[in-house]
Ligand binder design. Structure first.
Ligand SMILES: *Cc1c(COP(=O)(O)O)cnc(C)c1O
Length: 467
């Protein structure tokens, strides 16, 4: 019998038209954007898999909650609702709302980080790395050894606890500002972190008295993987698993544009009252009064609903299954992917697909350009274009660990037909992969260069299209 495809535990109530431009027009738009897909307009794109951040669809319940937003400047009812929800789910004493994840990072690093201090992370996400460097810190990635393995094993997002403890022993506690666990681990392929790894890292941090924070944009997806794949958690609810996870950390920074199921939002949670006081001063300086933090009351209402909806088992089961389905289709089309598929995206291994393009010519960017020209699909390079360049502190040249391309799935947005279309596009690209060529950067900023740099195609064939 035919395997049933994953099917949505919701139905469509409202639709938004999207349009595929003709091939010549797509090529023209990409050239106008200096081959940087971040510079394309949304209207140039048919299916946008650039990010799962703030691109999800709200539920009927969230749209209804929007109308209940209380826009009172100080002490709004919407904030009290939000505060109650966040405390119920995460159990920390203090909450600071902010407009997105990176403003949480900015506030935390501006407050706790002293120049030259290390920040240890299973793997820094690009904005976390950027904010650490910007405040004079030194980001250190400690992914587990399995993170780079080709084998499909669970919990590749884990931190290397042996290396963590060795690093702490080789330094004084004052040299380390904090340890961060990114859940799920975005930069190694949206791979989850196991509960046992969280417990071990927590134990080490407590022993050496180093603050332990989560970068928890995808906490619910991570909790789902623990429930599904970690022995002993099958009979625990997503809520129970979340409670156990957050009992291990001192605080967390959240981009609620992911597992908040909202288009904007973020927050910091923590137990330390003194640090809360300092962060509150910073919040008022750069985001807003502590009961709205750069958000409208209606955004807070939407988040209160979204944070509960995201923990629904059926929703998570479908979400993770759809990513897996998509990954299988891309693999069948002939593009090697990171396995197992993680929580929010399929990561193509462009280095493996295009061995004739060296890392310094950005094979991931070639594949990214090809997806747009071939099918109007926007994906994003997560390789040497994003993580390479010169370290602003040391002047050293950095390279990516792998030349990946991320195809992120917005939450509750695309149907399986959309994903089948992208897989068919992938097949066409694979058929002419030898013709793809690399790129060269012609202009770049110091921080987060991939967002705004200009590129030059090293050969017009780089982006050839065949109708
Ligand atoms: C998205 C993300 C951030 C940054 O959040 P924004 O809301 O985009 O500012 C930080 N860390 C991780 C792991 C993320 O996925």
């Amino acid at each position: 019998m035919r395997k049933r495809p994953p099917a949505e535990p919701y139905r469509i109530k409202s639709v938004e038209p999207i349009k595929l431009l003709v091939p010549e027009e797509r090529l023209y738009r990409l050239r106008q954007a200096n081959y940087n897909v971040f510079k394309l307009d949304g209207s140039d794109i048919y299916l946008d898999l650039l990010t799962d951040s703030g691109t999800g669809a709200m539920s009927a319940r969230q749209w209804a909650a929007l109308m209940l937003g209380d826009e009172t400047y100080a002490g709004a009812r919407s904030f009290r609702n939000f505060e109650k929800t966040v405390k119920e789910i995460f159990g920390k004493r203090f909450l600071l709302p902010c407009h997105q994840g990176r403003s949480a990072e900015n506030m935390v690093f501006s407050t706790v980080l002293k120049k030259g201090q290390y920040v240890l992370n299973n793997t820094h996400f690009d904005t976390t790395r950027g904010n650490t460097l910007h405040k004079g810190g030194i980001p250190v990635d400690l992914p587990c050894p399995e993170a780079d393995s080709e084998e499909s094993i669970p919990f590749k997002g884990n931190m290397d606890v042996v290396k963590l403890e060795a690093f702490i022993r080789e330094h004084t506690p004052e040299q380390i500002a904090m340890v961060i666990m990114t859940i799920t681990n975005n930069s190694v392929g949206g791979q989850p972190v196991s509960m046992s790894n969280i417990h071990e890292v927590s134990r080490i941090c407590r022993y050496y008295r180093i603050p332990f924070f989560f970068d928890c944009a995808r906490f619910a997806e991570n909790a789902f993987f623990i429930k599904r794949d970690e022995p002993g958690y099958q009979n625990k609810s997503i809520a129970e698993i979340t409670t156990e996870m957050f009992a291990c950390c001192d605080g967390a920074m959240m981009s609620a544009k992911k597992d908040g199921l909202a288009n904007i939002g973020g927050f910091i949670i923590l137990d330390d009252e003194e640090l809360f006081g300092k962060l509150t001063e910073m919040l008022i300086l750069i985001e807003g009064f502590p009961t709205y933090g750069g958000l409208a009351g209606r955004d807070l209402e939407v988040l209160s609903v979204g944070l509960k909806e995201v923990m629904d088992y059926d929703y998570l089961d479908f979400r993770i299954d759809q990513v897996k389905y998509f990954g299988e289709k891309i693999k069948e089309a002939g593009i090697p992917i990171v396995e197992p598929t993680g929580g929010h995206a399929v990561f193509c291994d462009a280095g493996q697909l295009l061995p004739h393009i060296p890392p310094e010519q950005f094979p991931g960017q070639s594949l990214t350009a090809a997806f747009y020209v071939e099918g109007g699909v926007r994906v994003v390079e997560i390789g040497s274009l994003m993580f390479g360049g010169v370290d602003p502190n040391t002047g050293e040249k950095m390279t990516a660990r792998r030349e990946l391309v991320r195809m992120a799935l917005p939450r509750r947005v695309f149907t399986n037909s959309h994903l089948d279309y992208i897989a068919a596009t992938a097949e066409r690209i694979v058929a002419r992969k030898e013709s793809l060529r690399g790129f060269e950067i012609t202009r770049e900023p110091v921080f987060l260069r991939h967002f705004t740099c200009d590129l030059k195609a090293l050969n017009s064939e780089s982006v050839m299209v065949d109708g």
